[in-house]
Design a binder for this molecule. Structure first.
Ligand SMILES: [Fe+2]
Length: 285
């Protein structure tokens, strides 16, 4: 039997908790891409089949492969061919990122919490976690997906209470503190807990759920060494160190002191965001 969800105390936390239900569900195609990408037995043709079945994703992939960045002499019109030309890993990264990010783009511009900054941080964590996973010979696509999804709880909180999230960002900036600490204090619930609820509803793989819920190791629950949660936590710290804050920008902090690897990561993220959105980075559609 499914355990009952325990509602937190306090009106604000209660509202935030209820707002989890207002976040649109993860699109079915995103779940299929995640499953195929994480199944070691799946091949490029399995991924092509999933992508070809979704008009939005097929269009994105074809737009990318025909974009100026790839300079083709003829137009590519089949998903299968696009996948061969882009390579499995690049196509998978574009598919996962596009399936998830395209679905959660709020219409209104918030004063401080910025969806572009939010996705830039999440994608950077995804790339870094995948790189760490490769070094440790653990599930690379699983690490990439967990990175993209790790702060979904915060996105739900933003959708549920945009003014509250802006207030938390303002306070984090004023105190030069981590948003993770401030949001719990002001909103009464932290994004790991909200993310846990979402991940359960979406029936994500157990390790992904643990990474979303436990990447900050709150309440004395440090992520287990070598786990996906620990990789995401390490990648998260690295990206914050590069100035990629989770949903806002502090002027002057971006890329300060980044070494060659950090600058390469920033470029990789900018490029993926541009490929996925089809727009110059930072411009809202
Ligand atoms: Fe986080």
């Amino acid at each position: 039997m499914q355990p009952r969800e325990t509602e937190p105390h306090g009106k604000r936390a209660h509202d935030t908790f209820r707002a989890v239900g207002s976040l649109p569900p993860l699109p079915a195609v995103a779940l299929r891409v995640i499953r195929v990408a994480q199944d070691p037995k799946s091949s490029a043709s399995d991924l092509a089949m999933v992508l070809a079945a979704d008009p939005g994703l097929s269009a994105t992939l074809l737009r990318v492969v025909n974009s100026a960045a790839y300079r083709r002499t003829r137009e590519i019109t089949s998903v299968q061919e696009a996948l061969v030309l882009l390579g499995f890993i690049q196509a998978r990264n574009i598919a996962i990122s596009s399936a998830i990010t395209a679905h959660y783009r709020p219409d209104s511009l918030n004063a401080l919490f910025r969806i572009d900054a939010f996705w830039r941080h999440s994608l950077a964590v995804a790339f870094r976690a995948a790189e760490l996973a490769g070094r440790m010979r653990v599930d690379v696509p699983g690490a990439f997906t967990a990175g993209v999804l790790h702060n979904m709880g915060r996105l739900a909180m933003f959708f549920g209470d945009p003014a509250g999230m802006d207030q938390a960002v303002a306070e984090a900036m004023r105190r030069d503190a981590a948003l993770d600490d401030v949001e719990e204090e002001l909103l009464g619930i932290d994004h790991g807990e909200v993310g846990r609820l979402l991940a359960e509803r979406w029936r994500l793989p157990l390790e992904t759920r643990e990474a979303i819920a436990g990447h900050h190791g709150r309440g004395g629950r440090e992520p287990r060494e070598g786990s996906l949660a620990a990789l995401v936590a390490e990648a998260d710290r690295y990206c914050v160190g590069l100035g990629l804050l989770p949903g806002y920008v502090v002027p002057g902090r971006a890329a300060a002191g980044a070494d060659a690897a950090g600058l390469a990561l920033l470029n990789q993220v900018g490029r993926l965001m541009q490929l996925v959105s089809g727009e110059p980075v930072g411009v809202r559609g």
